[in-house]
Design a protein around this ligand. Sequence first.
Ligand SMILES: Nc1ncnc2c1ncn2[C@@H]1O[C@H](COP(=O)(O)OP(=O)(O)OP(=O)(O)O)[C@@H](O)[C@H]1O
Length: 417
Amino acid sequence: MAAPFITSHMSSFAVNSFPRTNSMAMMGFLSYPLKTRTAPFSLWKLNRRGYSSSFLSLSVSRKQPRKSFQVRSVAVPAEATAGFDEMISGTQRKYYMLGGKGGVGKTSCAASLAVKFANNGHPTLVVSTDPAHSLSDSFAQDLTGGTLVPVEGLDSPLFALEINPEKAREEFRNVSKKNGGTGVKDFMDGMGLGMIVEQLGELKLGELLDTPPPGLDEAIAISKVIQFLESPEYNMFTRIVFDTAPTGHTLRLLSLPDFLDASIGKILKLKEKISSATSAIKSVFGQGENKPDSAEKLEKLRERMVKVRELFRDTDSTEFVIVTIPTVMAVSESSRLRASLEKERVPVKRLIVNQLLPPSTSDCKFCAMKRKDQMRALSMIESDPELSNLTLVQAPLVDVEIRGVPALQFLGDIVWK
Ligand SMILES: Nc1ncnc2c1ncn2[C@@H]1O[C@H](COP(=O)(O)OP(=O)(O)OP(=O)(O)O)[C@@H](O)[C@H]1O
């Protein structure tokens, strides 16, 4: 029986007797022998979920009768839902990190996921590690301040936290100034990083923070992760969603525990060498016992870093969800991101392709071109060795601004199924 297709194309070409194919959208290239030009058209079939996933390419010649199309199957991104049932199963804590290129919709997807977790009974925390936060904008609520803030407009517990490196730096500087440097340790202790201060010893940290070293933002974000792991304040949360910074920043964050672990290892070795050399000297000069040194504390810091690193790599509790848009540039960056995450052994299962043009019966020229580009990007994903094995979740470009809890609920119901 003929399936009802919605056609959108540059010519008024109608296809009514195409064989029924399950929930697919199709993209074809209509060859015009007369003008030897290829005109794109898309055939979208609405299904119960709204629209599409797979597509085919049609070769149609004017000389051929309409019903004898050659249908060539090309890139067919596997239809998939996000598998939300699996995401909510279990009461043990799970961490979801959403990341990707700037502006692709990381915050919208992260916030909508957090809302959906909360609505499904999980006490949830959504955390932004992006120094250029947009969680406040997304929830239409002031979440700045670097502390846990309850999100309004939901019946279930959802809290948000924008990690505020600028504020942290400011506090750091003030404490440092007030206490002539001694309060710095208390501040860093509060973040679980007191050992770093001890190791930096006489360095003037206040001055150091005026020109913050690369990686400080990430160090602050890591210290928060340590708090999530250790502090009773965070015990209640069974889902923690991270809205991460654009790719480069996030990769530095994920590789920091390894880097610190290695650095601490080097410091410890050096300390060992120095202390055995000094104890040899002391024994020659007949001096007493070694003062207790900070090696033990350093070892503790190292253990914490190992814990954070293990957390980032734990397939049972952590998942990095890549968010992208259907453009060649964004897909290329997503592919590189996946490769880097693989190198860091961070689990990735899902790829969200956001802002796909919804089906339309009458594409304008601009939309037709845009749709063609998007289809090209989708087929790129399908043939990309880094991305093709991920669960592809399609999210349409919606015609409302995604701002505030009701809008996030709306997006969440489309994306997280
Ligand atoms: N599916 C969508 N349909 C319509 N608008 C969208 C969609 N997804 C995101 N947007 C809009 O795109 C803009 C950028 O989205 P968002 O802030 O979520 O991206 P981001 O990747 O977090 O950005 P940044 O890298 O700047 O933090 C916002 O105005 C958002 O409302």
